[in-house]
Design a protein around this ligand. Sequence first.
Ligand SMILES: Nc1ncnc2c1ncn2[C@@H]1O[C@H](COP(=O)(O)OP(=O)(O)OP(=O)(O)O)[C@@H](O)[C@H]1O
Ligand SMILES: [Mg+2]
Length: 306
Amino acid sequence: MPQVDVEMRDNSVNFLRTKLSVRSQDVHSPVTFSVIISMHAFADLLQSPLEAMADSVKISVNHTNFYYGSNQALYDVSMQIRPQFVTALIGPSGCGKSTFLRSLNRMNDLIPGARLEGKVELDGENIYSDDMDVIHLRRRVGMIFQRSNPFPMSIYDNVAYGVRVNGLAKRRLQLDEIVEKTLTAAALWDEVKDRLSRSALSLSGGQQQRLCIARALAVEPEVILMDEPASALDPISTAKIEELIYNLKRNYTIIVVTHNMQQAARVSDETGFFLTGRLVEFNETKKIFTAPVNRETEDYITGRFG
Ligand SMILES: Nc1ncnc2c1ncn2[C@@H]1O[C@H](COP(=O)(O)OP(=O)(O)OP(=O)(O)O)[C@@H](O)[C@H]1O
Ligand SMILES: [Mg+2]
């Protein structure tokens, strides 16, 4: 931590107290106070949050190959996924998008004969190491599927499910707060607040998908994987999911597979184009959609094939 000289004149002390929200009774000694000031000054010396994010990596995929038995589905795929970005994955059917997505929280482990070579790191930690707690990993890296899959229980219990299973809520009141907070974050609270005890299956398709997003958010993931989350929905529900994705990225890292080019262009910051198991191009979304480097990417986004 850098040394910061601070002139501790009364007015600057008061100003800094206000800025740091430090109550005067919390400042027991000049030493404590100067440590707090140093930390704050250090934070100020850092790049702005957005600049810092563009340089940092949440998930790092390095030279991965993926096999279903003897069939190879991914070839030497590398990708650096930025925190609090939306990353879109596009490409024709069967090119490996879902396989890649599932490899990011070891969902593929559940498929007999499935095998990954290479390295996938979450915050620098190899998620395929033997001592990785896979249940904990899937809590940190949640998943939303193409077809919403609410549990046959009440709206409330769907959202509370993971919180209860993981013992994350201390008491009922806190659980109520978590349910309200996550349903609000999933843009569903206003539509369901008066019928939380009704079956989740009584909701519309679009509402069910937002409920599944709320259920995923309730266990406080860091990354959310979405596999064609809006492809079974009408245009209005699709627009709501897109708006939701856009708003959620402030707090989460989102990776979304989509067949809808407009959707990828609207919601994502970076886009990867897959073709027959290879990541052909990965770049800022606006570059992919305005000036793709690769001919195959251009053909795909302009609808010449796929
Ligand atoms: N469970 C599985 N067992 C064996 N092979 C599989 C399995 N899932 C996918 N594959 C194969 O892996 C390849 C990539 O499939 P994947 O589902 O990842 O493609 P995708 O890009 O998501 O396609 P789509 O756009 O149709 O969803 C395909 O050849 C597919 O047949
Ligand atoms: Mg798929």
